[in-house]
Design a protein around this ligand. Structure first.
Ligand SMILES: Nc1ncnc2c1ncn2[C@@H]1O[C@H](COP(=O)(O)OP(=O)(O)OP(=O)(O)O)[C@@H](O)[C@H]1O
Ligand SMILES: [Mg+2]
Length: 286
């Protein structure tokens, strides 16, 4: 479900306080007990009940009463915390439309200093949150894998963008909060959606970027026609959370897989005949 910016803007400070408390306490509890929550937020029982009712009604928080009355943050609540912090810091001033939804992410346009892209990492959204029975997959109380996995994934991607910025053609990293990355908008389209006039030049450019990233200590790890963008002249490599360093034990296999994806795509679409060994040698040349 797309984020409703009006809901986030309309949150009362007590509601934000409750979301913060749940976020903190979910390090210990999958379902935060009502008594502990009340003690943490220091609100009267009727006020807490009213505020929780609002949050549950807006699908930012869930409650369960078995085996005890407890509350949990869900992704929309986590989104609300990240986006209200980014708005508070003036990194973004308005949320635009959703421009993509992937297996484990949602992409939005937003207004910052000009148009920017927000990538909300959502690792485990489907497996952990869709069904109530998924509680069984939680490894005991006190674990909240999706919060940490999503923030970790965003952190990894941001780390790559920061290190590669200025060296490799990637989106410019602007800010990060929890599981949300703010980055510049790339003025191109996904390679899969383009019909290239000059595939050779674009292929060479992709290899150049992969080589520069490798020299800077980064192998993409998920390179394909979906994660390369181009305007027909310039290319950008996007979607970096799966990067590994060239010193990683699987580096050779992962790099080959990345390059093979690109070579196979060009061969199918443009009947080219690029050589994998040549590409590997080019990228890893000292
Ligand atoms: N900085 C950007 N500028 C413009 N468009 C972007 C940018 N980042 C992402 N997108 C668009 O959003 C899509 C999804 O982004 P990304 O590949 O980073 O996420 P993902 O989790 O891999 O999603 P998917 O599973 O669909 O590949 C991209 O294919 C691209 O069309
Ligand atoms: Mg992608």
């Amino acid at each position: 479900m797309p984020i409703d910016a009006d809901i986030i803007k309309s949150l009362h400070k007590y509601e934000i306080r409750i979301l913060h408390a749940l976020e903190r306490m979910m390090k210990r509890y999958r379902w935060v007990p009502e008594d502990d929550l009340r003690a943490a937020v220091k609100l009267s029982p009727p006020e807490l009940k009213y505020r929780l009712g609002n949050l549950i009604h807006r699908d930012l928080v869930r409650s369960d009463s078995v085996p005890y009355k407890g509350y949990a943050l869900v992704f929309a609540g986590y989104d609300a915390l990240a986006l209200s912090d980014l708005a508070g810091k003036k990194t973004i001033s308005a949320l635009g439309c959703m421009v993509g939804v992937g297996k484990e992410s949602e992409i939005y346009e937003a207004l910052g200093f000009g148009i920017v892209i927000l990538k909300l990492h959502k690792v485990g959204q489907r497996s952990f949150q869709t069904l109530k029975t998924n509680r069984e997959y939680m490894p005991g109380e006190g674990h909240c894998p999706w919060i940490f996995a999503s923030a970790k994934s965003a952190e990894r991607e941001y780390e790559a963008l920061k290190a590669l910025n200025g060296k490799v053609s990637v989106p410019v990293p602007i800010d990060i909060n929890r599981h949300v990355i703010v980055m510049s908008q790339v003025p191109g389209a996904n390679l899969i959606r383009c019909v290239l006039e000059d595939p050779d030049t674009i292929y060479r450019q992709i290899l150049d970027e992969v080589q520069k990233a490798y020299a800077a200590g980064f192998i993409h790890g998920d390179l394909s026609e979906y994660n390369i963008m181009t305007d027909g002249e310039t290319v950008w490599l996007i979607d970096w959370p799966q990067w590994i360093p060239p010193t990683h034990q699987n580096a050779d296999a992962v790099l080959r897989h990345d390059l093979e994806n690109v070579i196979t795509y060009f061969a199918k679409k443009y009947q080219t005949n690029y050589d994998l060994e040549e590409a590997v040698a080019f990228v890893t040349k000292p």
